[in-house]
Every structure is written in C-alpha cells, then in structure tokens.
Design a protein around this ligand. Structure first.
Ligand code: GRF
Length: 197
C-alpha cells in the first residue's frame, strides 16, 4: 500500500498513524501553518503543500497528478477540511477513507468541532468515531469501523473531543493495517472487515 494522508490542522491522527508504524509515503496539506506538518517533518515524511488557491477542480487535479507520480494507491483523510473534486474519487475508487468524530450517520457533514457540539446539544449518551469510505455523498460512505465513548455529565467540546480522539488514534491505524492486509471488502454499502475492538 502506498499511502497519502491528507491533513489540515492539528494532526493528532497523523501522529497516531506514524507512531503505529504505518508507512506513510506523503502527507498532503492545504493549510501552510498546520501543526500536522510538524509531525510529518519530524518523521521525515515528504509533504505536498497545496494552499487553497484556484478552483477546486484545478487544485485536486494537480494533487492527483502528484500522487500518481508517487504511485500512491491509498488515501486517508485525517482532519482534512475540504471536499474532494470528482477527479480524486475517480482516481482512487474505493481507496479513500476518512475518520469522523461521531457515530455516523449521526452528525454528518460538519467539520470538527461541529459534530462534537451537536452531540452535546442533542444530549446523546454515547458518541464516538467512524472510519468510512469517502464517496460523493459527504460523510455517508460505507462504514468500515466505529468506536464508542460515553458522553459524560459536564462534558465540553474539548473533553468529549479528547475522549473521541483517544479512540480514533487506535481505530484509524488499525483500519489502515486491515487494508494493507487485504482484510476489508465492500459489498454494496456493507463493509466486511475485522470487528473492533
Ligand atoms: C478528528 O477529530 C477527525 O475525526 C476529524 O478531524 C479531527 C482531526 O484531528 N475529521 P487531528 O487533526 O487529527 O488532531
């Protein structure tokens, strides 16, 4: 598996992927000052920086070309704050995954911390994270794996977010390993994969 990880911000999931020993071929980042870049550089992973200029179609076509040059064949979104142009989905069919800080399909569509804020607003008692396939239906691609956490009295976006990220940091590297080992199969919108935990 030749893996590209897309990031825009803090990069704690990227750090978890690297700490788990998953080989990352390139980190793609659209935010020049993103803390995630520090994790990539510290691990000696090449960075492809592509600020949000020009049209989305142009930007994404440029990125696809660069990834093809590197023979990337798998893409993981780890806190990437942009929606892809179709050209990316077409370049990597069934080979793009994302982690989202809610139990999808609940609280789909928003960027962190919006799903956390909604979980607190709705008073749900359980939340968590979802690793799913990326399709053109935002945050509604087939679910690969989920991990639950309790929502506790007095929780804030910060405390709930930290609890959820604790799970993501284990789940996302595990799912990447499953793919590398050929243990994930998609049938319609149902995914057959190892159970978690
Ligand atoms: C995570 O909560 C992830 O679910 C969401 O964005 C956040 C990224 O966090 N897609 P980090 O940048 O990996 O720390």
């Amino acid at each position: 598996m030749k893996l590209a990880v897309f990031v825009s911000g803090r990069g704690s999931n990227l750090a978890a992927i690297l700490a788990a020993g998953i080989p990352v071929d390139v980190v793609v980042c659209n935010v020049p000052e993103a803390a995630a870049l520090g994790h990539a550089r510290a691990a000696g992973v090449p960075v492809l920086a592509r600020p949000d200029q020009g049209s989305r179609a142009e930007r994404d076509a440029w990125v696809v070309e660069r990834l093809r040059e590197r023979q990337v064949n798998f893409v993981a979104l780890a806190g990437y704050n942009r929606v892809f142009d179709r050209c990316v989905l077409e370049a990597f069919p069934e080979r793009i995954i994302n982690t989202h800080p809610s139990l999808l399909p609940a609280f789909a569509g928003g960027v962190d911390p919006e799903p956390l804020r909604l979980a607190l607003e709705y008073g749900v008692k359980v939340s968590g994270c979802t690793v799913h396939f990326v399709t053109d239906d935002l945050d509604h691609g087939p679910v690969i794996a989920q991990a639950c956490v309790p929502v506790l009295p007095g929780d804030t976006v910060a405390t709930l977010g930290e609890r959820i990220r604790g799970q993501e940091h284990q789940l996302l590297p595990a799912v990447l390993r499953w793919f590398a080992e050929g243990r994930v199969h998609l049938d319609g919108r149902v995914v057959y994969a190892p159970t978690w935990p």
